[in-house]
Write a protein that binds this ligand. Structure first.
Ligand code: GPP
Ligand code: MG
Length: 289
């Protein structure tokens, strides 16, 4: 018996599991203003959260422009998060090729290209996201160097050793890490860099809390324990060089988002999970040895 399915009508679609097909369906339909209104500000559409101190003065001032100020502030914090991830990609030259794995609408790929003038391949199992991201690369005039593909991150088909760096920005909770890191050990050049920013559950808490389970149900994902990252990296020749606990740095973003008209209803689960110690927001950077 095989669980793999090929979605009808998607000629170039990768082979994905029935679970992945349901995830792709979610992202093909997703139109949250909390993502679209922020991305419209400068054409960098992100699918991750923010870090850093909030400028709470955005809540003051004229009521008529309050939403606009909050939206801009949330976007500033999400851009800070993308910049922080890029800071950990190591030395990247214009000839290098990077992989944005689980690229969403492509904002992170554009950030890395802007920073390093490098080639970036972004991959997603959502047709809608790939098409959206490709259109953005064209609008930014970088489509010669930033390309988007409908691909399964567990089985990309890219050549061995073809990437200087690979990252996942909040997308590892959609896959089995043992399969994912085996694919990255294959794809990364020797000495290449892997970076993830992720929400993980805290092994010290025990098993997933009610709030972590709520987040899983909201996004159809499966948040891994912190330990799984290090175990599966060690099993796949990925040796951590930086581990940064960003939990305290992301709480202000969620506090502002909870007060925003763009709130989606998941804000309290994140705030409670971060504050009760069951959930952590981490950056992990590792070298492929
Ligand atoms: C946010 O994307 C990230 C995910 C859906 C993966 C889950 C992340 C965890 C840290 C558990 P988004 O920007 O599309 O979400 P939202 O629409 O809520 O802003
Ligand atoms: Mg978002």
């Amino acid at each position: 018996m095989t669980m793999a399915t090929q979605r009808p009508g998607a000629a170039a679609a990768p082979t994905v599991s029935a679970y992945q097909a349901s995830v792709a369906d979610y992202w093909n339909r997703e139109q949250n203003p909390v993502n679209l209104r922020l991305g419209e500000i400068d054409g960098f559409y992100h699918h991750h959260y923010g870090i850093g101190d909030v400028d709470w003065s955005v809540l003051e001032g004229p009521e008529g422009t309050r939403d606009e100020r909050i939206t801009a502030e949330l976007h500033r914090l999400e851009c800070a998060q993308a910049g922080f991830l890029a800071d950990h990609l190591g030395s990247v030259s214009p000839d290098d090729r990077l992989l944005d794995s689980g690229c969403g609408r492509g904002g992170g790929s554009l950030v890395a290209n802007k920073r390093f003038d490098c080639q970036v391949d972004g991959i997603s199992i959502s047709e809608t996201q790939v098409a959206f991201a490709a259109a953005q690369a064209k609008k930014h005039g970088v489509h010669d160097k930033v390309r988007f593909h409908l691909k399964n991150m567990l089985d990309t088909g890219f050549a061995p050793g073809s990437f200087r760096a690979i990252w996942n920005n909040e997308s590892t909770m959609y896959v089995d890490l043992s399969l994912l890191f085996a694919e990255y050990a294959r794809l990364l050049a020797s000495g290449g860099r892997y970076v993830t920013i992720t929400g993980c559950y805290n092994d010290r808490y025990g098993l997933p809390s009610r709030e972590v389970s709520t987040i899983n149900a909201h996004y159809i994902c499966d948040i891994h324990p912190r330990s799984a990252y290090f175990r599966e990296m060690a099993n796949n020749r990925l040796v951590p060089i930086s581990v940064v606990d960003l939990t305290a740095a992301t709480i202000p973003y969620w506090e502002l988002r909870a007060k925003s008209s763009l709130a989606t209803g998941i804000e309290d689960a994140f705030l409670t999970a971060y504050k009760n110690g069951s959930f952590q927001y981490l950056l992990i950077a590792a070298d492929r040895i």
